[in-house]
Design a protein around this ligand. Structure first.
Ligand SMILES: Cc1ncc(COP(=O)(O)O)c(C=O)c1O
Length: 467
């Protein structure tokens, strides 16, 4: 009765990433009403600086009240807008992006297409750059949403560039070549490489060397580069973020024809914590892409009310300067807290300098070094100690045992409770005994609720003692 698209599970919602989100909704943690509920550490949202934005709103009630120079703007905003978007927002976005890139590149507002978040920007680019059945190469681990955003409606395929922990998951010439060869073996026409810089889920910025490797590769193969830079202003320690646009500029390629193959995706969902406002964009030098994407943006416009509000926030340069500095300070502190608390219980993280999460190494806690072992551990963490994380397999990581833990969507108190739970959990399965314990657990399934109750009780008690 329904179309294949509507009835087949190609959306990807049965991946552990989406399952975890659904489980959390059923039983969320609440320090008063449900202190044994699930703590959500699987959502890359920034709630740390909401108070700054709220105080801006309180001081700028004219903007939310549709007033300007004493008159009403309601009619202008409420009536139909065309799909090019407000010029004032494009100008502010361009200036903000230049600022984030240390003014080392010029961003032309006329080369911006507004979209309903990066989700829409990524999909629109796939529609513009590839046919169904064509492929994009993406370094692993990657943001689980790409399986939906890039593939689902467009029919585009993703071929993984298999990166490994042996070099901190960096892209190399050989991993790129292998992925390209693999795509050819599958009879797929490779249309481009998509990089996420800074990376979700790694929280790392790409080095100049890596960006140059990708640029050399796309020039040699004459394919597109899509650079998803959604976390570009969420970089809180060095080495700093370098945009692909800067490297192109440095190499004097900005006026070459090859520049028509570079496209940047951005949104305010992370850097400004505006994921609900759906303000995203494509930046491209390619006039045909800009023209086609602008027409396609009819299917995912940003409301004029939101455009008006956001252009005013970005336009307040004094506020933005303060916001950026303070927001990064808070993120740096929170990131440090998670890293050091995990370290204290013997869990290392990949060294990272940005993003809203850590890439956590729990390989030593696996019952077997397989993805089954990883899923088993993820299930225990979710259902026994009630912390929702993303297992590496949901990000297509090639090695089992890595997990993404988000730190900016929860309160300090929740971070504390979650780490107490982890501590008790890890201490109950020390070193060599882990394997043995798992065997025992399998046998004594009936005892599991008792163990769970004990872990939750103990973690609650310890967290109260600590404070
Ligand atoms: C790398 C990456 N790209 C795109 C998105 C989608 O962002 P948006 O909320 O702007 O659609 C996300 C969201 O987490 C992301 O991490």
């Amino acid at each position: 009765m329904l179309s294949k698209k509507a009835s087949f599970g190609s959306h990807g919602e049965n991946s552990s990433y989406f399952v975890g989100l659904q489980e959390y909704e059923k039983n969320p943690y609440d320090s008063v009403h449900d202190p044994s509920g699930i703590i959500q550490m699987d959502l890359a949202e920034n709630k740390l600086s909401m108070d700054l934005l709220e105080s801006w709103l309180a001081k700028n009630s004219d903007v939310t009240g549709f007033k300007e120079d004493g008159g009403s703007m309601f009619k202008d905003l409420a009536l139909f807008q065309d799909y090019h978007g407000l010029p004032s927002l494009k100008k502010e976005l361009a200036e903000f992006m230049e600022e984030v890139r240390g003014k080392r590149v010029r961003i032309d507002p006329n080369k911006i297409v507004l979209t309903a978040g990066s989700t829409s920007a990524n999909e629109t680019l796939m529609f513009c750059l590839a046919e169904p059945g064509d492929a994009f190469l993406i370094p692993t681990p990657y943001y689980p949403g790409y399986d939906r955003d890039l593939k689902w409606r467009t029919g585009v395929e993703i071929v993984p560039i298999q990166c490994s922990s042996s070099n901190q998951f960096q892209i190399t010439n050989s991993t790129l070549e292998e992925a390209y060869k693999h795509a050819q073996e599958l009879n797929l026409d490779v249309k481009g490489v998509l990089i996420t810089n800074p990376s979700n889920p790694l929280g790392t910025t790409m080095s100049q060397r890596e960006i140059n490797i990708v640029i050399n590769f796309y020039m040699e193969k004459v394919i597109h580069i899509v650079s998803d830079e959604i976390f570009s202003a969420t970089v809180f320690s060095s080495p700093n973020f370098i945009s692909v646009l800067e490297t192109i500029h440095q190499r004097n390629l900005q006026d070459s024809i090859i520049m028509n193959l570079v496209h940047v995706v951005y949104s305010l969902s992370k850097d400004l914590g505006h994921s609900g406002f759906r303000v995203g964009m494509i930046y491209s030098n390619n006039e045909m892409v800009i023209s086609a994407a602008t027409k396609m943006s009819s299917f995912g416009l940003v409301s004029s009310q939101t455009q008006h509000l956001v252009s005013n926030i970005l336009g307040d340069k004094m506020f933005m300067k303060y916001y950026m500095k303070e927001n990064l300070r808070r993120l740096r502190k929170r990131h440090g807290m998670l890293v050091s608390k995990l370290k204290r219980i013997g869990i290392p993280c990949l060294r990272s300098d940005g993003g809203l999460f850590c890439w956590v190494d729990m390989r030593h806690l696996l019952s077997s070094k397989t993805f089954e072992g990883e899923l088993e551990l993820w299930n225990k963490i979710l259902y026994d100690i009630k912390i929702n994380t993303s297992p590496g397999s949901s990000c297509h990581c090639s090695e089992p045992g890595w997990f993404r833990m988000c730190f900016a969507n929860i309160s300090e108190e929740m971070l504390h409770v979650s780490m107490q739970r982890m501590k008790v959990f890890v201490e109950s399965f020390p070193g060599e005994q882990i394997k043995e314990k798992r065997q025992q657990n399998k046998i004594s399934i009936l005892r599991k609720p008792l163990v769970l109750k004990w872990v939750l009780k103990l973690s609650l008690f310890e967290s109260q003692m600590d404070r």
